[in-house]
Design a protein around this ligand. Structure first.
Ligand code: GTB
Length: 216
């Protein structure tokens, strides 16, 4: 059954792939699973029909027959478990790949999102200039550790996995924050992810939503 995901109708980032449907699209492309996309407006995201699928009124969501999922991490894990190529067969290696997914979502992404949120909603507040360096320092603490752990390796644990997909998906969102420049290995790591054909297809698909909105 062809799954359907949801994504922003308005493409608020102008097709830069910053929204979390990007990682879901990427996972679907990696496992060569065709999918449909239901674009939702900001108003529709808060209406009962969407809230039944995504209780927090957000994107992405995932529907496959009777199955309805939300949370990009859970969706990517589901795709990885059903498809081939994103999770190793060896159970220990599989557990480690899933661990990296959690690390991306629970340890690395939060301090990065804090910076984005502060820039978005606190930029005009008197405390912003003092708070921003603190937030940047917190993010660097995580990136320092990740950079040390990755070292010269291509991927986080042997072959490319859903753990790398999620970590790169998280780091990719921070490109505009300028934080990665201090970490050549992380910069190259994100570049390796971006150059995967599946990433390119996913990026092009979400960018097409922005292009279409320009010509509507
Ligand atoms: N934990 C959830 C998950 O991983 O799925 C978080 C989902 C989430 O944050 N969704 C955001 C959303 O729906 C879109 S991705 N926000 C609307 C709302 O909460 O009302 C975050 C995002 C939004 C916008 C940009 N942008 O414009 O650049 C980038 C990323």
């Amino acid at each position: 059954m062809t799954p359907t995901i949801t994504a922003f109708q308005e493409s608020p980032d102008q097709g830069q792939g910053q929204a979390r449907d990007m990682r879901v699209r990427w996972a679907l492309e990696e496992v060569h699973q065709p999918y449909g996309v239901r674009l939702v407006s900001f108003r529709e995201m808060k209406e009962p029909e969407h809230l039944r699928i995504q209780p927090f009124g957000q994107i992405p969501s995932y529907e496959e027959g009777e199955l309805q999922l939300f949370e990009s991490g859970a969706i990517v894990l589901h795709i990885a478990e059903r498809g081939t190529g994103l999770l190793p067969d060896d159970l220990d290696a599989r557990a480690r790949a899933i661990t990296w997914m959690f690390a991306a979502l629970n340890t690395v992404e939060p301090p990065l999102v804090e910076i984005e949120a502060a820039m978005l909603v606190e930029g005009d507040k008197p405390w912003y200039a003092q708070r921003l360096p603190l937030l940047q320092e917190r993010a660097r603490t995580r990136l320092d550790s990740l950079s040390r752990r990755l070292g010269d390796a291509q991927w986080l644990d042997g072959s490319f996995s859903a753990g790398d997909l999620m970590m790169i998906g998280v780091l990719f969102r921070t490109k505009d924050l300028g934080l990665l420049e201090k970490y050549p290995n992380l910069h190259a790591y994100v570049g390796r992810g971006e150059s995967r054909p599946a990433f390119r297809r996913a990026f092009a698909a979400q960018h097409a939503v922005f292009e279409a909105s320009q010509h509507a």
